[in-house]
Write a new protein. Structure first.
Length: 251
C-alpha cells in the first residue's frame, strides 16, 4: 500500500521540479534579453553592403543604457535612459521607429546632438566638412529578390570611422538635402544602402531619432541565410547558409 501511494507523489514532485526549471530558465532568458543581448534579423536591404537580407545578429542592450524600449513589451515604467550614453558616429544601432514604436529599425548613426548634416550630390557632409569616400568598384546586391548593381565606396566619418556604402545614383531628393541640425537628445541615422533606405533624411518618415528610442548596438552576426530555394527542398538548406558571414563583427 505504501509503495503504490509513493509513486503518484514522486510523479507530482517531478512535474513540479520540471515546471520550476522551465520557469527559472524563462526568467534567465528574459533577464539576458533585457540587460545583455537580444537577437535581431535583417528583413530588408537598407544596410547593404554591411548587412544583408537574412542576416541574424546580436545587439548589446547595455551599450547606451536602458529605456522602456529595453524591456519586453516596452511598458511605460519610466522615461529617458538609465546609465545612458550616446552612440559614437559610425555605430550601427537598432532603434524604435519614431512614428510607430512597435517597429524596430537598424541604421548607422552619422549625426549626434548639435551636428549639422547634409547630403550634396550624393555625398555626406557633417558640420560643413565632406566625408571623403574611396571607390571600391561595382557591387551586385539583392534586396528580397530585387537585383541592383551599384558602386561600392568606403566612406570615412569625422572621427576616422571607415565603413562601406552602396550608391546607385547621385541625384534626387535623398542625394540633395537641406542642412539638418540635430536637436538635443536626438540622433541622425542613415542606411549604408544610401539610395534604398528610409532614414533621417526623410523628416515625414523617420526624421531625427530620439535617444530614448535606442534599443542597442549591433555587435556580431551569429547566422546568415540566403533563401534561394523553396522551403521544402531541405537538401539545399546547407547551401543557403552564408558560412563566411557567421560570427562576423558588425562595423
Amino acid at each position: 500500500m505504501a509503495t503504490s501511494k509513493a509513486k503518484p507523489r514522486q510523479q507530482t514532485n517531478a512535474w513540479v521540479e520540471n515546471i520550476k526549471t522551465i520557469f527559472y530558465a524563462g526568467l534567465i532568458a528574459i533577464g539576458v534579453r533585457t540587460v545583455a543581448f537580444e537577437p535581431f534579423n535583417i528583413p530588408s536591404g537598407s544596410m547593404i553592403p554591411t548587412l544583408l537580407v537574412g542576416d541574424y545578429l546580436f545587439v548589446s542592450k547595455y551599450s547606451y543604457g536602458y529605456s522602456r524600449y529595453s524591456l519586453p513589451l516596452s511598458p511605460p515604467l519610466f522615461s529617458g535612459r538609465i546609465f545612458g550614453a550616446l552612440p559614437k558616429r559610425g555605430d550601427v544601432v537598432v532603434f524604435r521607429y519614431p512614428r510607430d514604436t512597435s517597429i524596430d529599425y537598424i541604421k548607422r548613426i552619422v549625426g549626434l546632438p548639435g551636428d549639422r548634416i547634409q547630403v550634396r550630390e550624393g555625398q555626406l557632409y557633417i558640420n560643413g566638412e565632406l566625408c571623403p569616400r574611396q571607390p571600391e568598384g561595382e557591387y551586385a546586391a539583392d534586396d528580397n529578390g530585387i537585383k541592383m548593381i551599384g558602386k561600392l565606396f568606403q566612406e570615412t566619418l569625422p572621427d576616422g570611422v571607415k565603413h562601406d556604402i552602396l550608391k546607385l545614383q547621385e541625384d534626387g531628393d535623398a542625394n540633395n538635402t537641406p542642412e539638418y541640425v540635430v536637436p538635443a537628445d536626438h540622433l541622425f541615422a542613415m542606411g549604408d544602402n544610401r539610395d534604398n533606405s528610409q532614414d533621417s533624411r526623410f523628416m515625414k518618415a523617420v526624421g531625427f531619432v530620439p535617444v530614448e528610442n535606442l534599443v542597442g548596438r549591433a555587435e556580431i552576426l551569429f547566422f546568415s541565410i540566403d533563401a534561394r530555394y523553396p522551403w521544402y527542398e531541405f537538401w539545399e538548406w546547407p547551401f543557403e547558409i552564408r558560412w563566411s558571414r557567421l560570427f562576423k563583427p558588425v562595423h
